[in-house]
Ligand binder design. Structure first.
Ligand SMILES: [Mg+2]
Length: 388
């Protein structure tokens, strides 16, 4: 089988409410990158990247990407290097992509996801079978509260999400530290002791010492873990050493090389793996293995993926034993289907896949169909997207 052609799209789907965080004020789901890859056997694969200009690694170690930059580097650099390749030669393809252009992991992730979709369709197996198989059938979700939300509105929304089955609340913080402590306290009072509450500061705390101080305050209310309080692996190491609750690296762990640095410096207790930050499922699987061998627990997170990216995330989140923390994935809503949740992880009003993933007891069920296990609604792709 040979890779023959591709089409790029920029897609925007209306959201239920605004969702922003400390390091990004751009709206989610507005201008995501969708890729369609063709083969000489007629098998077509789809990829997605939630490319955002404002989102990058520590100290601009990795740059922001957009749907447009993804389209340009795929057209001018990546595709010329991999056209004619067999999608099953995924390691070789990653080497070719990395030789053709450094970085641009979101563009590479979209290609990698589309190739896994093709491989799965070719052998009539779900993608997780190509990643080592499945450790769990469903992935627990964390409901994410945006950083600009009023405290009362955030508490009210958390209660509604818990009523709909959610057992993990992720509170975005990092802009106003006393507000973070107050919201943590109010959330714990509202949801009780059995729901996990974690705080993601998105590098927003001014220094490691302040992160330790405010993290200790929040941990009085049983903080499950503090995610990316500050910027920088050395700074994260200082907090990990001092804070009683676990510390999770997100922006500090972009690539396989970052995972090795975190392990060697013991700079985090947990790692948040993204298919996109890593540059695709193949390198993301390597990060999971590195963390497993270092006894680091992981989750797979995203940035509000549509159905294609969400499917890739679900396949990734079930494939490693140490990926056992809850994920921030949207509960996909497809127009015409009954809403599975009103509030819980309900991000979008519609999607470009034909059927939503099943939501059960606070979890999304991993799809079992061939490839990514989703069917694309080409009409919806036209309605919400444009070729770029
Ligand atoms: Mg995060």
């Amino acid at each position: 089988m040979k890779i023959t052609d591709f089409v790029c799209y920029e897609v925007s789907i209306p959201t239920r409410r605004r969702h922003t965080w400390a390091s990004s004020t751009a709206d989610v789901g507005q201008g995501w990158f969708i890729l369609k890859v063709f083969t000489d056997e007629g098998i077509v694969g789809y990829g997605e990247a939630t490319a955002m200009g404002e989102w990058g690694g520590d100290f601009s170690r990795y740059y922001g990407e957009t749907a447009s930059t993804c389209a340009v580097v795929i057209r001018e650099n990546i595709f010329p290097a991999i056209v004619g390749c067999d999608p099953f030669d995924i390691d070789l393809i990653h080497h070719k992509m990395d030789s053709a252009i450094r970085g641009h992991n979101y563009a590479k992730a979209a290609v990698d996801i589309a190739l896994y979709d093709i491989m799965g369709k070719k052998i009539n197996m779900p993608v997780y079978k190509l990643l080592g198989g499945k450790h769990r059938d469903r992935i627990p979700l964390a409901h994410s509260l945006g950083v600009v939300m009023d405290i009362n509105a955030a508490v009210d929304e958390a209660k509604k999400a818990v009523d709909e089955g959610i057992k993990n609340i992720k509170m975005k913080g990092g802009l106003d530290l006393p507000r973070d402590v107050e919201l943590m306290k109010r959330l714990r009072e509202a949801v009780g002791p059995d729901v996990n509450v974690l705080v993601d500061a998105n590098q927003g705390y001014p220094s490691p010492k302040e992160a330790i101080k405010w993290g200790t305050e929040m941990n009085r209310y049983n903080l499950q873990y503090l995610e990316q309080p500050v910027e920088g692996i050395m700074q994260m190491q200082q907090i990990t050493k001092m804070l009683q609750c676990p510390v999770c690296a997100d922006e500090s762990c972009w690539t396989v090389a970052d995972a090795l640095d975190i392990v060697s410096l013991r700079a985090a207790d947990y790692v948040s793996i993204y298919v996109s930050k890593a540059g695709g499922l193949y390198p993301a699987r390597t990060i999971a293995s590195i963390c497993e061998n270092a006894k680091i627990r992981c989750n797979v997170n995203g940035s509000g993926e549509f159905g294609i990216g969400n499917a890739a995330n679900l396949h990734m989140a079930c494939c490693a034993k140490n990926i056992d923390l809850a994920s921030v994935f949207p509960v996909t809503h497809v127009e015409g289907y009954p809403e599975q949740t009103k509030v819980a992880a309900h991000w979008y009003r519609d999607d470009i896949i034909r059927e939503p993933f099943r939501y059960e007891d606070g979890c999304l069920v991993v799809p079992n169909g061939p490839g990514l296990g989703v069917e694309i609604d080409e009409e919806k792709l036209k309605k919400y997207g444009k070729e770029i």
